[in-house]
Design a protein around this ligand. Structure first.
Ligand code: FES
Length: 143
């Protein structure tokens, strides 16, 4: 009986340690995602000031409460921007973005900042929104 208690105690300690590592790794993984800028969608337009981008920063996650998925705003040369819906084109899972591209954690599809598929099973590119810039405000037009 004593050895059984010892076995259960040791097993539980092991499970707690493994669970802690799991929590730690998801924390680390969530730390590797980008900053989120929260704003509003008004008349199908999202407005974002250009100065949300820090020097040398190329991508920012944009979140509104009216769109189910985040938008990845990408800064390109010469004050141009593109905007991608962070929804996997395979089975509509939310994508994770980092400084090199977007990944779907459900089945492993990968996309570049043009929205092109780099790895399947997704075969279609990501939804892209038109952008305009006027008076240092970036407009993302949701269609
Ligand atoms: S839902 Fe994204 S790869 Fe399947």
């Amino acid at each position: 009986m004593e050895s059984r208690r010892k076995f259960i105690k040791n097993s539980c300690s092991f499970c707690v340690a493994v669970a802690s590592l799991g929590a730690m790794s998801s924390l680390i993984s969530s730390c590797s995602t980008l900053d989120v800028y929260k704003t509003e969608l008004v008349d199908q337009i999202i407005q974002v000031p250009e100065n949300i981008f820090l020097e040398n920063e190329k991508v920012k996650i944009i979140r509104t409460n009216k769109i189910d998925f985040d938008i990845l705003l990408i800064k390109k040369p010469e004050q141009k921007y593109s905007a991608l819906l962070m929804k996997c084109s395979h089975l509509d899972n939310a994508l994770v973005a980092n400084t090199s591209g977007l990944t779907c954690n459900l089945h492993g599809s990968k996309f570049n900042f043009n929205g092109d598929v780099l790895a399947g099973p997704a075969i279609n590119p990501l939804t892209q929104f038109k952008t305009n810039t006027h008076n240092q405000i970036i407009q993302i037009i949701i269609t």
